[in-house]
Design a protein around this ligand. Structure first.
Ligand code: NAP
Length: 302
């Protein structure tokens, strides 16, 4: 099964980056695209995010071997319904949504009988929109593919090969397991960042200007994550409720243990945890998942 034509629905950070990566890597694949927002469509055409931007979803997916839905997870069902009338019978339908079980269910309901293989490239930034995408977003990053039970191996292989051609490393996983893993590696960290930034902005005894002035103490790293797209993240928490609440329960217990250690001056407990977490950071760097330079390689002026 060869993918010669890919339709991208939703031309923001993820959709735009896929189109740009296909072009930059010189793949023999024609890209087409559609977004519900006419301003985004116009901007996508100017930036050349895909070879052809269409005025309707139906026209964009006609003749496509692979359709990738790159819209917020709460909009997947609506986007799938919009493409339904234009699909080739053997087209592969995939997505890039950050939660997988809920998206798989929404796509299956909107497109009964279609070949649906959800996926999640674990790559992104806090930016969104048609100007945010870039060709190297997926290089060296994981793409988790979550085929339904009994999925035909040929389209699964074709989709995996597509992501590999964009520079990704592909892992196949069950959707429910994906949701649990991502709850702890992505969703809870975002929730913590949103909460701490919210807490700091609500304080009465410390002024907003002090919070911003002294943010280099650690706070500013949370503000990057807390600047992520509100629609996208609202939808992630609403569609991955079970796994997020389960992991949040574990996190709350560990936080209470830390509270107890501080109150009872248990330096050993604090030291032990901080030593373990430092080793995790080393592993993240060793596996090429982050920049090894101190402070993320930020310039420190003289
Ligand atoms: P984005 O930059 O905001 O782009 C999404 C685009 O989809 C917007 O232009 C939006 O238009 C459009 N859209 C919304 N509903 C639509 C619909 N029903 N039909 C057609 N277009 C529609 O978002 P993104 O960061 O690329 O995220 C897209 C998906 O990727 C999400 O499911 C997210 O969970 C996943 N993801 C994101 C990241 C990340 O770091 N950002 C990483 C991995 C995966 P409007 O602005 O008019 O709503």
């Amino acid at each position: 099964m060869t993918i010669r034509r890919v339709a991208i629905i939703g031309l923001g950070l993820l959709g735009g980056s896929i189109g740009l990566a296909v072009k930059a890597r010189g793949l023999s694949i024609v890209t087409t695209g559609w977004d519900r927002d006419p301003d985004v469509r116009a901007r996508a055409a100017i930036r050349g995010l895909v070879a052809e931007v269409y005025e309707t979803a139906e026209a964009a997916v006609a003749e496509a071997d692979l359709v990738i839905l790159c819209v917020p997870v709460g909009a997947m069902g609506e986007a799938a319904a919009a493409i339904a009338p234009g699909l080739k019978p053997d087209a592969i339908i995939s997505d890039v949504g950050s939660s997988k079980a809920a998206v798989a269910a929404a796509l299956a309901a909107a497109l009964p009988g279609a070949c649906i293989i959800p996926a999640h490239p674990v790559a992104g930034t806090e930016q969104s929109g048609p100007d945010a995408g870039f060709a190297t977003l997926f290089a060296g990053r994981w793409c988790i593919v979550t085929p339904p039970e009994g999925c035909d191996p040929a389209p699964l292989e074709a989709l995996s090969d597509f992501w590999t051609a964009l520079g990704s490393k592909v892992e196949v996983m069950d959707a429910a397991h994906h949701d649990l893993v991502l709850a702890v590696t992505s969703h809870i960290p975002h929730l913590i960042a949103y909460t701490i930034v919210g807490t700091a902005s609500d304080l009465e005894d410390v002024t907003q200007s002090e919070v911003i002035k002294y943010s280099a103490g650690g706070f500013r790293d949370f503000t990057r994550i807390a600047a992520s797209d509100p629609v996208m993240w609202r939808d992630v928490f609403l569609t991955n409720k079970g796994a997020v609440l389960e992991m949040l329960g574990r996190f709350t217990e560990d936080l209470t243990a830390m509270q107890r250690a501080i109150r009872s001056s248990d330096g050993e407990a604090l030291f032990d945890l901080f030593t373990r977490t430092r080793a995790i950071r080393r592993q993240v760097i060793e596996q090429g998942q982050d920049d090894e330079r101190p402070d993320f390689g930020r310039e420190h002026g003289a």
